[in-house]
Design a protein around this ligand. Structure first.
Ligand code: SF4
Ligand code: SF4
Length: 94
């Protein structure tokens, strides 16, 4: 099972909203590693808090189900998408 990310980039464009990611801010709230193609330039070495599955496996397996953690993250994604006006491609419609 893997977290269903549609690569909208909304999280990477709002990093100032989290204390964890504020050091990545290029100065306008967007991550300095987000490319013009809306991709992560350091994807394979991205911070743990950018990797839902790795974060869950390191910190949360004994605290909540993976499904519940995915739900929390999808809700955060939905809010971020609304903030940034990103197109919701339908992954939260069910
Ligand atoms: S906001 Fe959610 S769906 Fe969009 S890139 Fe970030 S994790 Fe993926
Ligand atoms: S490091 Fe990569 S995944 Fe994390 S916020 Fe920056 S661009 Fe997004």
């Amino acid at each position: 099972m893997k977290f269903d990310c549609d690569c909208c980039g909304a999280c990477c464009k709002n990093i100032r909203l989290s204390k964890l990611s504020k050091d990545l801010d290029r100065g306008d709230g967007v991550c300095k590693h987000l490319t013009a193609e809306n991709l992560c330039a350091i994807y394979s070495a991205r911070p743990l808090f950018c990797n839902v599955d790795a974060y869950y496996e390191k910190f949360l397996t004994d605290k909540m189900s993976r499904e519940d953690f995915y739900k929390m993250n999808h809700e955060a994604c939905r809010r971020l998408k609304n903030l940034t006006g990103e197109v919701n491609r339908g992954i939260f419609d069910s």
